[in-house]
Write a protein that binds this ligand. Structure first.
Ligand code: ATP
Length: 296
């Protein structure tokens, strides 16, 4: 069963079409990044998955159920962009209060430990720095040990070090077989922390795949070398290669997997290769190309 499925989902707010026909399925156990510029429809999509807003058309399912039912069953944890932490409670009290709302919560000590909050447990929750408060929100999101964790721009208030720790914690949580969906406009975050990147722009999916595939599809990664007059048969059969061009003795192989292509070039062919160069489009180029506003 899919962790998430969206079929023909649209959402309009009056004149604004925030989500324009999404068809997506996500398997359990994966970490998926929803990448898109401001106003792309990421938060609207997440809010529909959490049952916080209803689609204008189409169907949303979470583990085969309606979002409301999945949330009620304790299957979904979320960290949203805003949300004040209850004042006057300590971190320990707040985290414990929330975990007790779930049928099968994580043990309190474990929860504080994995989110790096043990030393802050006695601090009042409304007296934390922005990054520390985000850590508490993360603890609240995983308190019920949800099968699906949804994070809407989770590192927005964090400095570089907090970000690094946060993603380590998230990956440790995901490694236990959980499904994670996070929205971001940080390209490196999507690239480094997900198995699959879904790029959305103007409420529609404009690319979907691994970060490497998206980079390659957007015109990107190629391996170029001097071939001279040697026969170039079977270059297109090398792993990862999606296209071959030969011009004035120089071969250019477009590839989705530079490492595999280069390794096979040396190991699986007898070609004399010289002046090998690798050109990579970074995800930023790909992202900008994909999400550029269309000409009106
Ligand atoms: N409650 C609302 N009422 C009216 N319009 C809305 C509402 N929520 C979102 N929108 C509009 O819907 C579109 C998609 O917004 P959404 O917040 O889903 O985008 P986003 O990708 O999450 O953007 P960001 O990265 O800035 O958070 C935008 O044009 C936004 O202005």
């Amino acid at each position: 069963m899919n962790a998430i499925s969206l079929a023909g989902v649209r959402k309009s707010y009056g004149e604004v079409l925030a989500v324009d026909g999404l068809d997506l399925t996500m398997e359990p156990g994966r970490t998926v990044a929803l990448l898109g510029p401001n106003g792309a429809g990421k938060s609207t999509t997440i809010n529909m998955l959490l049952g916080l807003t209803r689609p204008t058309a189409g169907e949303v399912r979470v583990f085969g159920r309606t979002p409301d039912d999945a949330v009620a069953a304790g299957d979904v944890g979320a960290m949203l962009q805003e949300g004040t932490l209850i004042p006057e409670l300590t971190v320990r009290e707040l985290v414990d209060f929330v975990r007790r709302l779930y049928p099968d919560p994580l043990p309190l000590t474990e929860l504080l430990r994995v989110t790096g909050l043990t030393d802050l447990a006695s601090r009042r929750a409304d007296r934390l720095s922005g990054g520390q408060a985000q850590r508490v929100r993360f603890a609240l999101a995983i308190a019920g040990s949800p099968r699906l964790l949804v994070l809407d721009e989770p590192t927005a208030a964090m400095d570089v070090e907090s970000r690094r720790t946060f993603w380590q914690d998230m990956r440790a949580y995901a490694a236990e077989g959980r499904t994670v969906l996070f929205a971001t406009h940080y390209l490196e975050e999507a690239d480094e922390n997900s198995d699959r990147v879904i790029v959305i722009a103007r409420g529609q999916v404009v690319a979907d795949g691994t970060a490497a595939q998206i980079k390659a599809d957007a015109g990107g990664t190629s391996v170029e070398f001097f071939l001279g007059a040697q026969p170039a048969a079977r270059l297109d059969a090398l792993p990862g290669v999606t296209g071959v061009t030969i011009l004035s003795g120089r071969a250019t192989l477009r590839t989705t997997d530079t490492d595999a292509t280069v390794a096979a070039l040396y190991r699986a062919t007898t070609l004399e290769i010289s002046d090998l160069r690798i050109h990579g489009a970074d995800l930023e180029d790909a992202f900008l190309a994909l999400t550029r506003p269309s000409e009106a």
